[in-house]
Design a binder for this molecule. Structure first.
Ligand SMILES: [Zn+2]
Length: 210
């Protein structure tokens, strides 16, 4: 079975949010259309406690964008975002969330960040997504959402490394581009390890012919 994974379409990652991804809202209608084409749609949600170590505000004299050593792992510091239960952590109301069969939350441990939908950044804790996919005998995982150069990228890399056929739907993703070109580099990196980079119109057309 083909599965669609919708990554982090949360208010804080949309324009106007605490960590708004430029044009992040543009992908919502694209993803809504895609969801109609999949029997199984899953989602991830960045879901941090207020004392999370990825927040610059939790480190004295640190600013967002700086890089620190967080328990042995390089950590980019972010503005406070996606705090559990906050409106910023909620999914956009424009997103057809009723199609989500299951939501996998990540970034719950204050000691470590989690960009990937599968594992935290030290690969210590699993979100449960890998077992869920294996139990359902996933054929191919199609990934879309925010952001291309962080959570989409790390999810795709973990997916392909776990032996799952993986596609990223490029026009249903947008990137942070903290450094200009980060998203383009992420696409190149994903492609190099065997991730297919596809377009939503191609997926919708392909699904029509089944
Ligand atoms: Zn986060």
């Amino acid at each position: 079975m083909d599965v669609l994974l919708v990554v982090d379409i949360q208010n804080d990652f949309l324009p106007g949010g605490a960590l708004g991804v430029p044009e992040g809202d543009v992908v919502i209608p694209v993803i809504n259309r895609l969801m109609d084409r999949f029997v199984l749609v899953l989602a991830t949600q960045d879901w941090h406690p207020a004392n999370h170590g990825s927040f610059a505000a939790n480190h004295p004299n640190r600013q967002p964008g700086e890089v620190i050593d967080l328990n042995g792992i390089m950590q980019i510091l972010w503005p406070v975002h996606c705090v559990q239960g906050s409106s910023g952590a909620a999914f956009s109301t424009r997103l057809h969330t009723e199609r989500f069969a299951k939501v996998f939350q990540k970034g719950i441990d204050p000691e470590i960040d989690s960009y990937s939908s599968f594992f935290d950044n030290a690969r210590r804790r699993s979100t449960g997504l890998i077992d869920y996919l294996r139990e359902r005998n996933v054929g191919e995982l199609f990934i879309c959402g925010l952001a291309t150069d962080y959570c989409v990228r790390f999810s795709a890399l973990d997916s392909i490394q776990s032996g799952i056929r993986t596609s990223v739907i490029e026009d249903a993703c947008r990137g942070v581009d903290l450094k200009p070109g980060d998203s383009a580099a992420a696409i190149t990196q994903m492609r190099q390890v065997g991730v297919s980079i596809v377009d939503s119109t191609e997926i919708v057309r392909r699904m029509n012919h089944r």
